[in-house]
Design a protein around this ligand. Structure first.
Ligand code: ITT
Length: 208
């Protein structure tokens, strides 16, 4: 059943995989999302922040001020223990600029090729920021524990999904449905916190 949206927000991302996950999580909660690109906003400032929070705010704040609407964005990354927490906030640029998802995954596997089972622990982190044109901001964080496989498994998802074995599912995110990934993933957990916040008083100014 479709319900009348309680608010219309802009989604500030160029990543089609994230668009699917945001729509699945926020559509049923009554938030209609327009892609920033569909509203004419295709270029974002460089992600120069040192933290996920700073980069997510760069994206959402920029879209909110340019378009005059409430905007939501995520900054996320993969933290691999054997790499001292890298690539982290640099996950989109790991291995160099301009690589495909597949090339980035290959770079990760190459870096971990001598790391044995049991020492390949990793987590995904997502920080979701909602920004209003008047400067008001709300922030939500989610994490998801797993380990890095020795080769890709599954064709679904995006980015590092095919080599991330999610401990809560027992399969890679490349093998998981959007619904299963949403239930346990870093972004799914951040968006669940956002959904809970939507029902409280603090969300009021963001729902105009
Ligand atoms: P936007 O900035 O336009 O939203 P992006 O892909 O550049 O898109 P980030 O700057 O947040 O996104 O970089 C996140 C990186 O981590 C990127 O390489 C993703 O592929 C990867 N990543 C984040 N969440 C992921 C997930 O759920 N599954 C697989 N890879 C993920």
């Amino acid at each position: 059943m479709t319900r009348t949206p309680r608010s219309r927000w802009v989604l500030a991302t160029g990543n089609a995989g994230k668009v699917r996950e945001f729509a699945a999580a926020l559509g049923p909660a009554g938030i209609a999302l327009a892609a920033a690109g569909d509203l004419g906003l295709r270029a974002f400032p460089p992600e120069t922040g040192a933290t996920y929070e700073e980069n997510a705010l760069l994206k959402a704040g920029f879209a909110a001020s340019k378009l005059g609407r409430v905007a939501v964005a995520d900054d996320s990354g993969l933290e691999v223990d054997a790499l001292g927490g890298a690539p982290g906030v640099w996950s989109a640029r790991f291995g160099g600029p301009g690589l495909t998802d597949g090339e980035r995954v290959a770079h990760l596997l190459q870096r971990l090729k001598r790391v044995p089972v049991g020492q390949r622990e990793a987590r995904f982190v997502s920080v979701v920021v909602v920004a209003a044109p008047d400067g008001a901001v709300a922030t939500f964080r989610g994490t998801c524990e797993g380990s890095i496989l020795f080769g890709p498994r599954g064709d679904d998802g995006f980015g590092y999904d095919p080599v991330f074995l999610a401990h809560d599912l027992g399969v890679s995110f490349g093998e998981a449905s959007v619904a299963d990934k949403e239930r346990v993933s870093h972004r799914g957990r951040a968006l669940a916190a956002l959904r809970a916040w939507l029902d409280g008083d603090e969300a009021g100014p963001f729902l105009t």
